[in-house]
Design a protein around this ligand. Structure first.
Ligand code: ATP
Ligand code: FE2
Length: 332
Protein backbone atom coordinates (compact mmCIF):
# COMPACT_ATOMS: atom_id res chain seq x y z
CA UNK A 1 0.00 0.00 0.00
CA UNK A 2 1.35 3.47 -0.85
CA UNK A 3 1.53 6.18 1.80
CA UNK A 4 -1.32 8.71 1.77
CA UNK A 5 -0.59 12.06 0.13
CA UNK A 6 0.20 14.86 2.56
CA UNK A 7 -0.46 18.55 1.95
CA UNK A 8 0.75 21.63 3.83
CA UNK A 9 -1.70 24.53 3.49
CA UNK A 10 -1.07 28.21 4.23
CA UNK A 11 -3.92 30.61 5.06
CA UNK A 12 -3.50 34.40 5.00
CA UNK A 13 -6.65 36.00 3.57
CA UNK A 14 -7.17 38.25 6.61
CA UNK A 15 -6.02 38.57 10.23
CA UNK A 16 -4.87 34.94 10.65
CA UNK A 17 -1.62 33.33 9.57
CA UNK A 18 -2.51 29.63 9.62
CA UNK A 19 -0.68 26.48 8.62
CA UNK A 20 -2.39 23.10 8.37
CA UNK A 21 -0.99 19.71 7.48
CA UNK A 22 -3.52 17.14 6.34
CA UNK A 23 -3.33 13.72 4.76
CA UNK A 24 -5.41 12.25 1.99
CA UNK A 25 -7.70 10.42 4.43
CA UNK A 26 -8.64 13.72 6.00
CA UNK A 27 -6.51 13.21 9.12
CA UNK A 28 -5.51 16.60 10.47
CA UNK A 29 -1.84 16.21 11.38
CA UNK A 30 -1.45 19.86 12.44
CA UNK A 31 -3.51 23.05 12.47
CA UNK A 32 -1.54 25.95 13.92
CA UNK A 33 -2.27 29.65 13.70
CA UNK A 34 -1.35 33.07 14.98
CA UNK A 35 -3.92 35.85 14.67
CA UNK A 36 -3.52 39.61 14.68
CA UNK A 37 -5.54 41.29 17.44
CA UNK A 38 -5.80 44.79 18.92
CA UNK A 39 -6.81 45.92 22.43
CA UNK A 40 -8.89 48.75 20.91
CA UNK A 41 -9.64 49.84 17.36
CA UNK A 42 -9.97 47.69 14.25
CA UNK A 43 -7.69 45.81 11.88
CA UNK A 44 -5.11 47.81 9.91
CA UNK A 45 -4.06 45.83 6.80
CA UNK A 46 -0.41 46.96 6.82
CA UNK A 47 -0.12 46.01 10.52
CA UNK A 48 -1.78 42.64 9.94
CA UNK A 49 0.64 41.99 7.05
CA UNK A 50 3.58 42.85 9.35
CA UNK A 51 2.13 40.43 11.90
CA UNK A 52 2.06 37.65 9.29
CA UNK A 53 5.61 38.37 8.18
CA UNK A 54 6.79 38.25 11.78
CA UNK A 55 5.16 34.95 12.69
CA UNK A 56 5.27 33.00 9.40
CA UNK A 57 8.44 30.98 10.07
CA UNK A 58 7.42 30.19 13.66
CA UNK A 59 3.96 28.97 12.65
CA UNK A 60 5.30 26.84 9.77
CA UNK A 61 7.87 25.28 12.10
CA UNK A 62 5.28 24.67 14.84
CA UNK A 63 2.95 22.93 12.37
CA UNK A 64 5.78 20.68 11.13
CA UNK A 65 6.75 19.81 14.71
CA UNK A 66 3.13 19.03 15.58
CA UNK A 67 2.83 16.76 12.53
CA UNK A 68 6.27 15.33 13.26
CA UNK A 69 7.56 15.88 9.74
CA UNK A 70 9.61 18.28 7.64
CA UNK A 71 8.48 20.36 4.67
CA UNK A 72 10.46 18.01 2.41
CA UNK A 73 8.18 15.14 3.52
CA UNK A 74 4.91 16.68 2.25
CA UNK A 75 3.69 16.00 -1.29
CA UNK A 76 2.32 19.44 -2.12
CA UNK A 77 1.90 23.00 -0.84
CA UNK A 78 -1.48 24.74 -0.98
CA UNK A 79 -2.14 28.41 -0.24
CA UNK A 80 -5.20 30.66 -0.12
CA UNK A 81 -4.92 32.99 -3.10
CA UNK A 82 -8.46 34.45 -2.85
CA UNK A 83 -10.61 36.22 -1.74
CA UNK A 84 -9.05 38.50 0.85
CA UNK A 85 -6.94 41.54 1.57
CA UNK A 86 -3.99 41.99 -0.80
CA UNK A 87 -1.51 43.03 1.91
CA UNK A 88 -1.93 39.75 3.77
CA UNK A 89 -2.51 37.47 0.76
CA UNK A 90 0.89 38.48 -0.63
CA UNK A 91 2.68 37.26 2.51
CA UNK A 92 1.06 33.80 2.32
CA UNK A 93 1.69 33.55 -1.40
CA UNK A 94 5.33 34.47 -0.93
CA UNK A 95 5.77 31.94 1.88
CA UNK A 96 4.07 29.16 -0.13
CA UNK A 97 6.03 29.98 -3.28
CA UNK A 98 9.31 29.95 -1.37
CA UNK A 99 8.63 26.54 0.19
CA UNK A 100 7.47 25.09 -3.14
CA UNK A 101 10.57 26.43 -4.88
CA UNK A 102 13.13 25.35 -2.28
CA UNK A 103 11.64 21.92 -1.66
CA UNK A 104 10.54 21.35 -5.28
CA UNK A 105 6.89 20.72 -4.44
CA UNK A 106 3.80 21.34 -6.58
CA UNK A 107 1.90 24.49 -5.62
CA UNK A 108 -1.92 24.63 -5.52
CA UNK A 109 -3.90 27.90 -5.11
CA UNK A 110 -7.15 27.52 -3.15
CA UNK A 111 -10.24 29.72 -2.89
CA UNK A 112 -10.68 30.41 0.83
CA UNK A 113 -14.51 30.47 0.81
CA UNK A 114 -14.66 27.08 -0.92
CA UNK A 115 -12.19 25.76 1.67
CA UNK A 116 -14.64 26.68 4.47
CA UNK A 117 -17.22 24.51 2.74
CA UNK A 118 -14.93 21.59 1.88
CA UNK A 119 -13.50 21.18 5.38
CA UNK A 120 -17.03 21.20 6.83
CA UNK A 121 -18.18 18.66 4.24
CA UNK A 122 -15.29 16.37 5.20
CA UNK A 123 -15.42 16.74 8.99
CA UNK A 124 -19.22 16.49 9.24
CA UNK A 125 -19.44 13.76 6.53
CA UNK A 126 -21.88 15.69 4.35
CA UNK A 127 -22.59 15.11 0.68
CA UNK A 128 -24.51 18.20 -0.38
CA UNK A 129 -24.83 20.91 2.29
CA UNK A 130 -25.88 24.51 2.08
CA UNK A 131 -23.22 26.65 3.77
CA UNK A 132 -24.05 29.66 5.90
CA UNK A 133 -20.67 31.37 5.59
CA UNK A 134 -20.63 33.99 8.32
CA UNK A 135 -17.21 35.52 8.80
CA UNK A 136 -15.66 38.96 9.09
CA UNK A 137 -15.48 40.07 5.48
CA UNK A 138 -17.86 37.52 4.00
CA UNK A 139 -21.49 36.67 4.57
CA UNK A 140 -22.88 34.36 1.93
CA UNK A 141 -25.20 31.42 1.42
CA UNK A 142 -23.38 28.93 -0.81
CA UNK A 143 -24.38 25.61 -2.31
CA UNK A 144 -23.41 23.32 -5.17
CA UNK A 145 -25.37 23.31 -8.45
CA UNK A 146 -24.22 22.09 -11.86
CA UNK A 147 -20.44 22.05 -11.46
CA UNK A 148 -20.10 25.26 -9.46
CA UNK A 149 -20.56 26.55 -5.94
CA UNK A 150 -23.33 29.15 -6.29
CA UNK A 151 -23.93 32.16 -4.07
CA UNK A 152 -27.66 32.09 -3.39
CA UNK A 153 -27.70 35.10 -1.14
CA UNK A 154 -25.27 37.48 0.52
CA UNK A 155 -24.80 40.72 2.35
CA UNK A 156 -25.14 43.81 0.19
CA UNK A 157 -22.65 45.75 2.33
CA UNK A 158 -20.68 44.60 5.42
CA UNK A 159 -19.95 41.03 6.35
CA UNK A 160 -21.68 40.16 9.64
CA UNK A 161 -18.32 39.87 11.45
CA UNK A 162 -17.11 43.26 10.20
CA UNK A 163 -20.47 44.68 11.24
CA UNK A 164 -20.05 43.24 14.78
CA UNK A 165 -16.42 44.46 14.86
CA UNK A 166 -17.49 48.00 13.88
CA UNK A 167 -20.16 47.99 16.57
CA UNK A 168 -17.58 46.72 19.10
CA UNK A 169 -15.22 49.52 18.07
CA UNK A 170 -17.99 52.07 18.67
CA UNK A 171 -18.46 50.54 22.15
CA UNK A 172 -14.71 50.96 22.78
CA UNK A 173 -13.97 47.23 22.70
CA UNK A 174 -10.97 45.70 20.84
CA UNK A 175 -10.64 43.53 17.74
CA UNK A 176 -12.08 40.98 17.09
CA UNK A 177 -15.29 42.27 18.64
CA UNK A 178 -17.68 39.37 17.95
CA UNK A 179 -16.69 37.26 20.98
CA UNK A 180 -16.82 40.33 23.28
CA UNK A 181 -20.33 41.18 22.06
CA UNK A 182 -21.38 37.58 22.64
CA UNK A 183 -20.20 37.81 26.27
CA UNK A 184 -22.05 41.09 26.91
CA UNK A 185 -25.18 39.77 25.17
CA UNK A 186 -25.41 36.92 27.71
CA UNK A 187 -26.29 39.49 30.38
CA UNK A 188 -28.76 41.38 28.20
CA UNK A 189 -32.39 41.21 29.35
CA UNK A 190 -34.29 43.85 27.44
CA UNK A 191 -35.13 43.19 23.77
CA UNK A 192 -35.08 46.40 21.73
CA UNK A 193 -36.64 46.69 18.27
CA UNK A 194 -33.99 47.49 15.65
CA UNK A 195 -33.92 47.72 11.83
CA UNK A 196 -34.20 44.32 10.13
CA UNK A 197 -33.10 44.34 6.49
CA UNK A 198 -33.79 41.28 4.38
CA UNK A 199 -34.25 41.73 0.64
CA UNK A 200 -35.23 38.39 -0.87
CA UNK A 201 -32.19 36.25 -0.35
CA UNK A 202 -29.86 39.16 0.48
CA UNK A 203 -29.33 41.15 3.65
CA UNK A 204 -27.70 44.41 4.66
CA UNK A 205 -26.15 45.68 7.90
CA UNK A 206 -25.40 49.35 7.10
CA UNK A 207 -28.68 50.79 8.40
CA UNK A 208 -28.59 48.63 11.52
CA UNK A 209 -25.04 49.80 12.28
CA UNK A 210 -25.89 53.50 11.99
CA UNK A 211 -28.99 52.98 14.13
CA UNK A 212 -27.24 51.14 16.97
CA UNK A 213 -24.30 53.54 17.05
CA UNK A 214 -26.84 56.27 17.80
CA UNK A 215 -28.40 54.14 20.56
CA UNK A 216 -25.12 53.57 22.44
CA UNK A 217 -25.44 56.51 24.89
CA UNK A 218 -29.04 55.74 25.86
CA UNK A 219 -29.21 51.92 26.09
CA UNK A 220 -27.46 49.52 28.46
CA UNK A 221 -24.70 47.91 26.37
CA UNK A 222 -25.65 44.36 27.42
CA UNK A 223 -29.22 44.93 26.16
CA UNK A 224 -27.95 46.46 22.94
CA UNK A 225 -25.56 43.56 22.28
CA UNK A 226 -28.33 41.06 23.01
CA UNK A 227 -30.78 42.80 20.67
CA UNK A 228 -28.17 43.25 17.93
CA UNK A 229 -27.37 39.53 17.96
CA UNK A 230 -31.06 38.55 17.87
CA UNK A 231 -31.69 40.77 14.84
CA UNK A 232 -28.51 40.01 12.88
CA UNK A 233 -28.68 36.25 13.40
CA UNK A 234 -32.40 36.09 12.58
CA UNK A 235 -31.58 37.82 9.28
CA UNK A 236 -28.84 35.24 8.54
CA UNK A 237 -31.14 32.33 9.29
CA UNK A 238 -34.11 33.74 7.41
CA UNK A 239 -32.10 33.78 4.17
CA UNK A 240 -30.51 30.40 4.95
CA UNK A 241 -33.93 28.86 5.37
CA UNK A 242 -35.28 30.46 2.21
CA UNK A 243 -32.25 29.21 0.24
CA UNK A 244 -32.63 25.68 1.66
CA UNK A 245 -36.25 25.63 0.54
CA UNK A 246 -35.48 26.97 -2.91
CA UNK A 247 -32.45 24.75 -3.60
CA UNK A 248 -34.06 21.77 -1.85
CA UNK A 249 -31.13 21.14 0.50
CA UNK A 250 -31.56 19.25 3.77
CA UNK A 251 -28.18 19.88 5.43
CA UNK A 252 -27.18 23.25 6.83
CA UNK A 253 -23.45 23.69 7.44
CA UNK A 254 -22.06 26.62 9.43
CA UNK A 255 -18.69 28.18 8.58
CA UNK A 256 -16.72 31.35 9.34
CA UNK A 257 -15.69 32.94 12.63
CA UNK A 258 -19.14 34.30 13.52
CA UNK A 259 -20.43 30.71 13.45
CA UNK A 260 -18.50 30.19 16.74
CA UNK A 261 -21.27 32.21 18.39
CA UNK A 262 -23.36 29.95 20.63
CA UNK A 263 -26.54 31.95 20.12
CA UNK A 264 -26.22 31.75 16.32
CA UNK A 265 -25.59 28.00 16.65
CA UNK A 266 -28.69 27.53 18.83
CA UNK A 267 -30.87 29.53 16.42
CA UNK A 268 -29.56 27.49 13.46
CA UNK A 269 -30.37 24.23 15.27
CA UNK A 270 -33.93 25.42 15.96
CA UNK A 271 -34.51 26.48 12.34
CA UNK A 272 -33.24 23.13 11.02
CA UNK A 273 -35.29 21.12 13.50
CA UNK A 274 -38.45 22.98 12.52
CA UNK A 275 -37.97 22.14 8.85
CA UNK A 276 -36.76 18.58 9.53
CA UNK A 277 -33.30 19.36 8.18
CA UNK A 278 -29.98 18.72 9.91
CA UNK A 279 -27.55 21.34 11.22
CA UNK A 280 -23.78 20.73 11.21
CA UNK A 281 -21.17 22.73 13.08
CA UNK A 282 -17.46 21.87 12.91
CA UNK A 283 -15.17 22.60 15.91
CA UNK A 284 -14.31 26.27 16.41
CA UNK A 285 -10.74 25.77 15.09
CA UNK A 286 -12.23 24.82 11.69
CA UNK A 287 -14.89 27.57 11.68
CA UNK A 288 -12.39 30.41 11.96
CA UNK A 289 -9.71 30.94 9.32
CA UNK A 290 -7.32 28.00 9.42
CA UNK A 291 -4.61 26.31 7.37
CA UNK A 292 -6.14 22.81 7.59
CA UNK A 293 -9.06 23.75 5.35
CA UNK A 294 -6.66 25.11 2.72
CA UNK A 295 -4.53 21.97 2.89
CA UNK A 296 -7.57 19.68 2.64
CA UNK A 297 -9.08 21.55 -0.35
CA UNK A 298 -5.69 21.65 -2.09
CA UNK A 299 -5.42 17.89 -1.62
CA UNK A 300 -8.90 17.27 -3.03
CA UNK A 301 -8.03 19.32 -6.11
CA UNK A 302 -4.59 17.79 -6.63
CA UNK A 303 -5.81 14.21 -6.17
CA UNK A 304 -8.57 14.69 -8.73
CA UNK A 305 -6.61 16.46 -11.46
CA UNK A 306 -2.99 17.53 -10.97
CA UNK A 307 -2.88 19.52 -14.19
CA UNK A 308 -5.90 21.64 -13.27
CA UNK A 309 -4.85 22.03 -9.63
CA UNK A 310 -1.22 23.09 -9.93
CA UNK A 311 -0.07 26.61 -10.76
CA UNK A 312 3.44 27.19 -12.19
CA UNK A 313 5.53 29.21 -9.71
CA UNK A 314 5.86 32.13 -12.11
CA UNK A 315 2.07 32.44 -12.33
CA UNK A 316 1.31 32.00 -8.62
CA UNK A 317 -0.42 35.19 -7.60
CA UNK A 318 -3.40 36.50 -5.67
CA UNK A 319 -6.98 37.25 -6.64
CA UNK A 320 -8.51 39.38 -3.83
CA UNK A 321 -11.96 39.72 -5.43
CA UNK A 322 -12.52 36.20 -6.75
CA UNK A 323 -16.01 34.79 -6.09
CA UNK A 324 -16.78 31.11 -5.62
CA UNK A 325 -18.97 30.92 -8.71
CA UNK A 326 -15.95 31.76 -10.90
CA UNK A 327 -14.33 28.43 -10.01
CA UNK A 328 -14.81 25.22 -11.98
CA UNK A 329 -15.36 22.62 -9.23
CA UNK A 330 -13.60 19.76 -11.03
CA UNK A 331 -12.90 17.71 -7.89
CA UNK A 332 -16.49 16.81 -6.89
P1 ATP B 1 -12.96 35.60 5.93
O1 ATP B 1 -11.67 35.85 5.20
O2 ATP B 1 -13.51 34.23 5.67
O3 ATP B 1 -13.95 36.67 5.79
P2 ATP B 1 -12.19 36.45 8.58
O4 ATP B 1 -10.89 37.06 8.34
O5 ATP B 1 -13.29 37.32 8.89
O6 ATP B 1 -12.54 35.41 7.44
P3 ATP B 1 -12.79 34.47 10.60
O7 ATP B 1 -11.82 33.87 11.56
O8 ATP B 1 -13.57 33.53 9.75
O9 ATP B 1 -11.91 35.47 9.78
O10 ATP B 1 -13.85 35.37 11.35
C1 ATP B 1 -13.49 36.47 12.14
C2 ATP B 1 -14.75 37.19 12.52
O11 ATP B 1 -15.55 36.35 13.36
C3 ATP B 1 -14.51 38.47 13.27
O12 ATP B 1 -15.31 39.47 12.70
C4 ATP B 1 -14.97 38.14 14.69
O13 ATP B 1 -15.48 39.23 15.39
C5 ATP B 1 -16.04 37.10 14.44
N1 ATP B 1 -16.26 36.19 15.57
C6 ATP B 1 -15.37 35.34 16.13
N2 ATP B 1 -15.93 34.71 17.20
C7 ATP B 1 -17.19 35.18 17.32
C8 ATP B 1 -18.27 34.96 18.21
N3 ATP B 1 -18.16 34.11 19.22
N4 ATP B 1 -19.41 35.63 18.01
C9 ATP B 1 -19.55 36.49 16.97
N5 ATP B 1 -18.56 36.77 16.11
C10 ATP B 1 -17.40 36.12 16.27
FE1 FE2 C 1 -12.57 32.76 6.48
Amino acid sequence: MTDPLICLGIETTAHTFGVGIVDENGTILANVKDSYTTPSGGMIPTKAAEHHLECCDTVIRAACEKANLKVKDVDLIAYSNAPGIGHMLRIGTFAAKTLAHLKKKPLVPVNHSIAHLEIGRKLCKLDDPLLLYASGANTQIITYENGRYRIMGETLDNGVGNFLDSFARALGLGFPGGPLIEQLARNGKQFIDLPYTVKGMDISFGGLLTHIERKIPSVKKEDLCFSVQEHAFAMLLEISERAMAQANKQQLLLGGGVACNKRLQAMAQIMCKEREATCHIPDNQFLVDNGAMIAWTGLLMYRQNKKKAIVPLKKAWINPYERVDQIDVFWR
